[in-house]
Design a protein around this ligand. Structure first.
Ligand code: UDX
Length: 433
């Protein structure tokens, strides 16, 4: 199939590269010349394990290309995917659909022959119908259908999630569209990846409901962790015991400093707004948003408590600033709340992150960047683990304590065993233990 992907961000680029690896001919379109130039030079603008190799391979075999020319790329496509950003609109928490609707208008004037316009961006319920209305209004003679095909890609595991999905969700209005979507995803059907065909609104709602549920699951275990600390239970044992119930499942029950990223914060806010606007508020999600925001502040208090409520003039080492491992993304990362609070309280903050420095240097002023944990810990009076990078999982705790001025550790991802940490000489706190 000839596919066109509009938008070369995390979703658009990963989807375009993976579709070309299926054997489709894919053209990725973006508005930013510098982005297209970089992609044409084989440079990958995001850190996503496995993406660069897969992109290089498919460009070399002529199945993948990059262009600024939306008109040409749409005119030759069997299906056009809208994978542009839907950021949280300033002020009201709504998803900003400007880029989606702009793309729809441009697509409308570029259509030649029957084309399926697929919205892959995460969009509020009803958006696909609005895309259809816009295209119909802009080009009444166009022969097209729309389809909702939300993505369920985790950053750092996006290739894996695309190639081996738990399911593919496809919202359609007729069999003609279904035939095209079935051809696009045929390689996955051969791997028996379940494809859920449903209506447009249900497909849009599945995405929001799934993400909001995952954010709720994380927030639930974080709240239980707080109580575990008060009653002397161990959150990791609690999570393990809970997760063995296959109605609950063990994933996404890791207590930590709160969720971040480009999806959960945005999607929970958008879903809450949709509920409010339809006089059917989703109160649990409204609570999840508030609890998660407050948790990042709670974590700062936890660190201050470890430092006897005084960090002024003290060196504090931070291990990890990205919102999760195996990504360079810092959007809504807990570090964006915690680090500025420590700097504001007068701490001399030194930061290590395998991939976070590129964005971190702009987003976290007034910190010093170190190349490894031992360098950051040298002379420090506290060390804080914020992101569970593999690089931080097997540190020599005795050596680490020995280079510190005062060996205190706040392990906010529960990487280490409290007994081992204390035996290594640390005044050690963690989450829910
Ligand atoms: C998420 C969804 O998982 C994915 O399906 C959707 O398409 C996009 O949003 P992503 O945001 O990339 O993916 O990362 P994810 O691995 O879900 O983690 C999100 C946040 O939750 C991170 O801040 C992570 O640290 C946190 N988290 C995750 C926990 O705190 N505990 C957990 O057990 C799991």
């Amino acid at each position: 199939m000839q596919l066109t992907m509009i938008g070369t961000g995390y979703v658009g680029l990963v989807s375009g590269v993976c579709f070309s690896d299926f054997g489709h001919d894919v053209t990725c379109v973006d508005k930013l010349p510098e982005k297209i130039d970089a992609l044409q030079r084989g440079e990958v603008p995001i850190y996503e394990p496995g993406l660069e190799d897969m992109m290089t391979k498919n460009v070399a075999n002529g199945r993948l290309g990059f262009t600024l020319d939306l008109k040409d790329a749409v005119g030759t496509a069997d299906a056009v995917f809208i994978a542009v950003g839907t950021p949280t609109r300033r002020g009201d928490g709504h998803a900003d659909l400007t880029y989606v609707y702009d793309a729809a208008r441009e697509i409308a004037h570029a259509l030649k022959g029957y084309t399926v316009i697929v919205t892959k961006s995460t969009v509020p319920v009803g958006t696909n119908r609005e895309v259809e209305r816009i295209i119909r209004a802009e080009n009444p003679d166009a022969d097209f259908d729309v389809s909702s095909n939300p993505e369920f890609l985790r950053e750092g595991a996006a290739i894996e999630d695309f190639m081996r999905p738990d399911r593919v969700v496809v919202g359609i209005e007729n069999e003609r569209t279904r035939d095209v979507m079935a051809k696009i995803y045929r390689p996955l059907a051969l791997r028996e990846a379940p494809i859920v065909y449903t209506d447009l609104e249900s497909a849009e709602m599945i995405k929001y409901a799934a993400n909001a549920f995952l954010a709720t699951k994380i927030t639930f275990i974080n709240e239980i962790a707080n109580l575990c600390e008060k009653v002397g239970a161990n959150i990791q044992s609690v999570a393990k015991g809970m997760g063995m119930d296959n109605r609950i499942g063990g994933k996404f029950l890791h207590a930590g400093p709160g969720y971040g990223g480009s999806c959960f914060p945005k999607d929970t806010k958008a879903l809450a707004r949709i509920g409010q606007e339809h006089a059917s508020p989703i109160k649990i999600i409204e609570q999840v948003i508030d609890i998660n925001d407050d948790r990042k502040r709670q974590m700062t208090d936890k660190i201050m408590y470890l430092c006897d409520d005084k960090v002024k003039g003290k060196k504090v080492a931070i291990l990890g600033v990205t919102f999760k491992p195996n990504t360079d993304d810092m959007r809504d990362s807990p570090s964006l709340t915690i680090v500025p609070a420590l700097v504001g309280a007068g701490a001399d903050v030194h930061v290590v992150d395998p991939q976070g420095r590129k964005e971190g240097e702009e987003l976290l002023p007034s910190v010093t960047w170190a190349d490894d944990p031992y360098e950051a810990a040298a002379g420090a009076e506290a060390i804080v683990i914020l992101t569970e990078w593999n690089e931080f999982r097997a540190l020599d705790l005795i050596r680490l304590a020995s280079v510190m001025k005062d060996p205190k550790m706040a392990d906010l991802r529960n990487i280490y065993d409290p007994i081992e940490a204390k035996e290594a000489g640390f005044d050690y706190i963690s989450v829910g233990r």
